[in-house]
Write a protein that binds this ligand. Structure first.
Ligand code: GDP
Length: 314
């Protein structure tokens, strides 16, 4: 098979080729999907060299501002930064919580940066798949830092944690109130917590940091390979932002990232396999039979186990 025409410019670092490649991978047209898979398998051997950072926090915590500050800091230092967004609201509504407002104006025009908004449409599983593919494409195009932003309101955090090397949680100085708003599950995913907007109320920020530290200590098992850190920063003034990156580098130095990625890949394979197995199984099913059985289970005439057995018994 001849090489996909986007492969060479993509590998040479063309931003335009990268944008087109991601668009291709987001397309649901069957011929595009085939092309995208061809391209991905061609460039995948050149991917994998970036630090993949997931980043979340409730709307308004300052994610855009923080990513802009961190991104510009890194891009100025010569890193090639890619920013991807996962926003399940765009999957549901076609619109997006992150919105179309001009986010990250300085990073957007930085020659070392590439920013891609969340793909609209499709279910969360589809968004996760396309984000994984976008990470691969960004890496193949030479990006050595990939920041994956998520809106911090639910399921997408788990998905993003399953495709990144570490997870950064942004919080606010009024942590007492805020900790209740953050789902415990999200705290458990965090490798680095940052009290943002420390400039707005420095004393409260110190208190919040102390509380976060205590909460993280409680959540972290004694034998964990990494003790999650709590830091303070101001995305607005830039103070504390380099320290957050230093913590990311410490993490990458201390934790076996390659092992984490291997486990993530295996888990992803299992997930795709489950999906494919279900699709194949379902295609072979008599839809009326399935509906009747489900109705019987719902009505209590059959137990769920009996219903499944009736469908799967050879
Ligand atoms: P997002 O919804 O999490 O992406 O939050 P934004 O980045 O859009 O920020 C929400 C608001 O908080 C904006 O008005 C920002 O200017 C402001 N903001 C963000 N970071 C800081 C900060 O460190 N200090 C202060 N004082 N304001 C901030």
């Amino acid at each position: 098979m001849s090489a996909h025409p986007l492969a060479a410019p993509l590998l040479a670092g063309s931003r335009r080729a990268l944008a087109r490649a991601i668009t291709l991978s987001e397309s649901t047209r069957a011929d595009h999907e085939t092309q995208a898979q061809q391209l991905l398998s061609e460039v995948a051997p050149h991917a994998g060299q970036s630090i993949r950072v997931g980043l979340t926090g409730v709307p308004g915590v300052g994610k855009s501002t923080f990513i802009e500050a961190l991104g510009v800091h890194l891009a100025d230092a010569g890193h090639r930064v890619a920013v991807l967004a996962v926003d399940p609201s765009s999957a549901r509504t076609g619109g997006s919580i992150m919105g179309d407002k001009t986010r990250m104006p300085r990073l957007t025009v930085h020659p070392n940066a590439y920013i891609r908004p969340s793909p609209a449409g499709g279910n969360l599983g589809g968004v996760a798949r396309r984000t994984r593919e976008a990470i691969t494409l960004c890496e193949a195009a030479g990006h050595d830092v990939v920041l994956v932003e998520t809106v911090g309101v639910g399921q997408s955090e788990t998905q993003v944690a399953a495709m990144t090397d570490l997870f950064v949680l942004l919080t606010l100085p009024n942590a007492g109130d805020e900790l209740q708003g953050i789902k415990r599950g999200i705290m458990e995913l965090a490798d680095v917590c940052v009290v943002n907007k420390a400039d707005s109320d420095p004393k409260a920020a110190v208190r919040a940091q102390t509380e976060l530290r205590a909460a993280l200590r409680l959540l972290t098992p004694h034998d964990a390979p990494w003790r999650p850190r709590a830091l303070r920063a101001s995305a607005l003034t830039g103070e504390g932002v380099p320290e957050v990156w230093a913590a990311v580098l410490d993490y990458v130095g201390e934790v076996d990232v390659a092992a984490r990625r291997r486990a993530q890949t295996a888990q992803w394979f299992d997930e795709l396999l489950r999906e494919a197995a279900w699709r194949i199984f379902r295609e072979g099913l008599d839809g009326n039979n399935l509906r009747t059985l489900r109705a019987e289970v719902e009505a209590g005439q059959l137990t769920a186990i009996q219903g499944v057995a009736a469908l799967t018994a050879g």
